[in-house]
Design a binder for this molecule. Sequence first.
Ligand SMILES: [Zn+2]
Length: 418
Amino acid sequence: MTASVRLMSERMNQKSYQSSMEISSAEAVLLDGIRRHQALTKNDLVALTDFSRSKIAGCVNSLLEKKILTKDGYSDNTGGRRSVLYTLNGKRGLLFGADIGATSIDLIITDLNRKVLARYSESALVSEGPQKVLDRVTGLFIELVEKHGLSNRPVLAFGVGVPGPVNFKEGMVVSPPIMPGWDQFPIVDYLNEQWPDTLIIIDNDVNIMALGEYTNQEGRDRKNIIFIKIGTGIGAGIISNGEIYRGSSGCAGDIGHICVDKNGPICPCGNRGCLEVLAGGAAIAERVMRAVREGKSPILRKYLDKNSGKLTAKEVGAAAKEGDETSIEIIRESGRLIGEVLAVLVNFYNPGRIVIGGGVSKFGNLLLASIRQSVLKRSLPLATKDLPIVFSTIIDDAGVFGAINLALDQLLIRQISD
Ligand SMILES: [Zn+2]
């Protein structure tokens, strides 16, 4: 068999895999419950869905036949007969997740049950343009698949996060400020050339991180979440009733350009005193370096010399812990400004949880305390009565896991046949 014929036959196999993934809307409800709880019995499914016992039995049998579900042992025996637990069939195929950041690429491969099979991260500049970056991502995934002996499994879905505004329906970024050459580039079509039968989904990195946080939170009891990424820029991902809220043109959550000081410095967007230009990573770095140059912070000078001329949020956080007044003031001011904007969002949206992520969150608890204080001072008491404001627990992983969750969500939604 020639390479091209073999490739074609592999693709045809993949297509048949895809069509046998088709599910009914009732089956989709079951799958959603099962993936949220990892594994459930038929009794659990009856309680969760209000479907009749016979309807549940029919759906479960059909999903077992299609090899989308598999049996996963038995539930704890609570008297009487033990019940079979059902879970998603990990062996059914692969999910790819890619988090393309401004200066890094993080990749993960999982099975359908989101068990991690392979992962890899490296530094990369998104500013090098779509072809170079996407070719690198593609090449790395092919290497990972081969290295981990996964070549015989179809790639069912592929989620990609990018650091810019995304037109979700068209699968492309639109006027991204830090992604030169990417504007309107057909990312989904480009990746589909390599994986023609794979469902490929792209979204803004902050949305994807918010979804990663939502899915990973203990108990998943909070369905309305605001995730704030404080990195070089500042953005928010909104989870509304368990789903990403994108707004009517996909740019909901772009809070970095809310004005916090009418007389503040000019932002690259052209306006004055945007949150990002006063409290974002680049602004903080500039203030920190200025203070060091002016001899205002011997502790930061010590870190700068130790780190061969580089300071990150981690060092500024450490200096603050050691009592460095400059670092404490910079962190407090940053937290106060972010908290002011958050207070408006809290009054407007009444979230059940606020999660802070991104590089600047490595400032530590002083930042969190300052954000909390500002939010509590300016929000309605009813809205903050039970409002945890916490750091992301999966700071470095929220992006890739979010990409996997997005891919799986869309895979199950799009395979509904009725
Ligand atoms: Zn701005």
